[in-house]
Design a protein around this ligand. Structure first.
Ligand SMILES: N[C@@H](CCC(=O)N[C@@H](CS)C(=O)NCC(=O)O)C(=O)O
Length: 249
């Protein structure tokens, strides 16, 4: 029997694990997810992977942070690495020989600009400090990010879609990069609704917002989003702080 796909990630928010869930859900394959465990049990399982080694894990170097992904004896970390591993298996990494690298580049770019940078808007000084300890800097950074970085990122994705001449990033083939961009746009809309409304209404990024809609409407994605497996945004990468939700000037 094929080894099961096992996602190891915290429960309570979609977080970085969501990119992997979306790929598995889109492909309609079975997987286990530690997010379905009660909060304390889930933390315990994730922490065990990060701090102690079992016989089964000896061939794998230590993992710095979740998400982790287990497939048989292979346990790997890093969101984009996991997606690059799964992409070809799930038929979500294009069909030409080098597409896997093209799709990976697109996914990495979306994760850099619209996930990591957005996380740093609410934690600009240190991940170890509470938001409340860096509120002033967070507001300053959020304003700057929305003013300069958000249009740069949205403009880049609009250009990718325009150049490809299709509704998907790689061209006519749907790939996991489209899922990653969907999730990033979805999260930024949650965190900064005013700025994103302004961007949508500007008409400058119609292809990007259309991709978000088209991914959302894909049958397996829509069914997943309506299920209880889809967790709500809260304290993760995409956070809503009303004081940071300002219209960029
Ligand atoms: N680049 C890594 C980042 C992983 C990461 O930062 N994971 C978070 C949870 S979403 C974490 O536990 N970070 C702990 C830390 O950075 O010290 C990835 O995409 O997987």
């Amino acid at each position: 029997m094929e080894a099961p796909y096992e996602l190891i990630y915290y429960t309570g928010v979609p977080g970085r694990g969501e990119h992997i869930r979306l790929a598995l859900e889109e492909a309609g394959v079975a997987y286990t997810d530690t997010a379905s465990l009660p909060m304390s049990k889930c933390r315990e399982v994730v922490t065990t992977y990060l701090t102690s080694r079992t016989e089964d894990e000896q061939g794998n170097p230590p993992y710095y942070a979740p998400p982790l992904f287990k497939h048989g004896h292979l346990i790997i970390s890093q969101t984009s690495n996991i997606l690059m591993y799964l992409g070809p298996k799930l038929g979500l990494a294009g069909s030409k020989e080098d597409d896997v690298y093209r799709v990976n580049a697109l996914a990495l770019t979306a994760l850099d600009g619209l996930s990591t940078e957005v996380h740093d808007c609410h934690h600009p000084i240190a991940a170890e400090l509470y938001y409340e300890e860096q509120k002033e800097e967070s507001l300053r950074r959020s304003k700057e990010w929305m003013k300069t970085r958000l249009p740069k990122h949205l403009g880049f994705w609009e250009k990718v879609l325009e150049r490809g001449g299709s509704k998907w990033l790689l061209g006519t083939e749907f790939t996991y990069a489209d899922l990653v961009l969907f999730q990033c746009i979805d999260g930024v809309q949650f965190a900064f609704p005013k700025a994103m409304n302004q961007a949508r209404e500007s008409g400058k990024y119609n292809r990007v917002f259309q991709l978000w809609k088209d991914v959302k409407a894909r049958p397996n994605v829509a069914a997943y989003l309506a299920s209880e497996r889809r967790q709500k945004y809260d304290w993760g990468i995409y956070r809503y702080y009303p004081e940071n939700d300002v219209v960029p000037e």
